[in-house]
Design a protein around this ligand. Structure first.
Ligand code: PLP
Length: 460
């Protein structure tokens, strides 16, 4: 990224911020001292958008706060519309693993822009991204690009049902696989936070096809396979769960799922929308050495642009239209700009060193938070893996969603608000994982631990 490029960007931001200010003025709203631009934007947003947001989690309802409207991002930082700086642990809910405005990403997008934004015809970048994904995740022999993680999971299930000629799907309590009808059964963070077990608008006939079982409970899965002999099309799982807060699989759990699926001729689907290219270069499946039949991807593979993908065994993926008869399509699928961004990000992530360093930083943060909590007598259970961390406010073990829900959400909410006041933008729910980027250096981590220490002192 050239100097002029950065200046240009600063000018654009300046212009956007002035426009916002002018619009506020035109509406005649004379700001009180405490009335921030964020607050005014939220008031406007609520009139024209449900809840004032385009996705529920970011509304900050579960921490009893109002959303902060962001204006720009750079490296590990977010800046809100009132120009307050935060260390960003949301990172667009995972995608921005290189931090914001990584030069290689900006360069790829700028170059892409010069070639137009969408063709609705095949392009080179989608072939190269598909080649790179199949190279880095060997269980994926063929892949189809879509526009979101939701689409990826929804489509993977459709193919699995067609392949097995069966209808039932096993998922796990607290796992989120996007908002397609069949998945909105005990679906983790977003719904737990809002207290919605399932969702109105989903016909009972559809939810009945989903069996939701406790994560890490292999016996329950085994029993379900016996009860529904030759009826289960697939088991879909977040191999490492991010959507209940971070939950690591118990030893043997994923291997057990693999064996049960093979034995009962059901497909094993790893939803790696969050963990793919985050916990390791080849995702959780390479870290934990368990091979699924199908994998869902999203988030990181789009470099911050809307991308999802599903892929896996060639004999299964060959069923997807136009090669096979399982219909699935997308006007913007394989979008050249999104593919260029994803390609640049994955290429930058090729080095193993990145993950070793990120694991170190995550461990350091986890230990720092544990130490600070101990110092101030706060009960926590800090759960982490490479690049992901959840601070559960409970002393108990957290191995599944039910145990996660025993955490003290009021304490979480207090801590969240104080962290925000100390310049830390942490995911606004007890049941979410916080993310690190390669820009979360030792200095940033130290600063974060210091903030936790201050906050714990205040709330203890
Ligand atoms: C985010 C997420 C999804 C949904 O992806 P969207 O792009 O938000 O539709 C699906 N599965 C998992 C594990 C996720 O974390």
């Amino acid at each position: 990224m050239s100097i002029t490029g950065r200046n240009k960007n600063a000018q654009v931001i300046e212009k956007l911020m002035t426009e916002t200010a002018t619009k506020d003025k035109k509406e005649g709203s004379v700001p009180a001292v405490a009335e921030t631009r964020s607050k005014r934007l939220f008031e406007r947003a609520k009139k024209v958008m449900p809840g004032g947001v385009n996705s529920p989690a970011r509304a900050c309802l579960s921490v009893d706060a109002e959303p902060v409207f962001m204006a720009r991002a750079d490296g590990p930082y977010l800046f809100d519309v009132d120009d307050t700086e935060y260390i960003d642990y949301v990172l667009s809910w995972g995608p921005m693993i290189l931090g914001h405005r990584h030069p290689r990403l900006l360069e790829a997008i700028e170059l892409g822009l010069e070639h137009g934004t969408s063709y609705g015809a095949p392009c080179r970048a989608e072939v190269e991204l598909a080649e790179l994904i199949t190279e880095l995740i060997p269980s994926i022999e063929m892949v189809r690009m879509v526009n979101s993680g939701t689409e990826a999971c929804m489509s993977a299930i459709r193919v699995a049902r067609a392949f097995t000629k069966r209808d039932l799907v096993i998922k796990f309590d607290g796992c989120y696989h996007g908002h397609a009808d069949g998945f909105l059964v005990k679906a983790g963070s977003g719904l737990a936070t809002l207290g919605i077990a399932s969702s109105p608008g989903v016909p009972e006939e559809v939810s009945k096809l989903t069996i939701s079982l406790p994560y890490n409970d292999l016996d329950a899965v085994s029993k379900a396979f016996q009860e529904h002999k030759d009826e289960i099309a697939a088991v879909i799982v977040e191999p490492i769960v991010g959507n209940s807060g971070l939950l690591n699989p118990k030893e043997g759990f994923l291997e057990g799922l693999r064996d049960l699926c093979t034995k009962h001729k059901a497909l094993l689907i790893f939803d790696e929308v969050m963990t793919g290219f985050r916990v390791a270069k080849g995702g959780a499946q390479n870290l934990l050495n368990v091979k699924p039949d199908l994998t869902c991807l999203g988030k990181i593979i789009g470099g911050g642009l809307p991308v999802g993908a599903y892929g896996g065994r060639k004999d299964v993926m060959e069923m997807v239209a136009p090669q096979g008869s399982v219909y699935q399509a997308g006007t913007l699928s394989g979008n050249p700009l999104a593919m260029a961004a994803g390609l640049a990000q994955l290429r930058a992530l090729r080095s193993e060193k990145i993950y070793a360093e990120m694991k170190d930083m995550t461990d350091k943060l986890a230990q720092g938070v544990r130490d600070a909590a101990k110092e101030h007598g706060i009960k926590v259970n800090v759960s982490s893996t490479c690049g992901m961390i959840t601070v559960f406010f409970t002393k108990g073990e957290v191995t599944n969603f039910e145990e996660a829900q025993k955490a003290d959400t009021e304490m979480f909410s207090k801590v969240w608000k104080e962290l925000l006041n100390h310049g830390i933008y942490w995911p606004p729910s007890q049941f979410e994982a916080a993310f690190l980027s390669t820009m979360h250096t030792k200095r940033i981590i130290d600063q974060t631990i210091e903030a936790f220490d201050k906050v714990f002192k205040e709330v203890s």
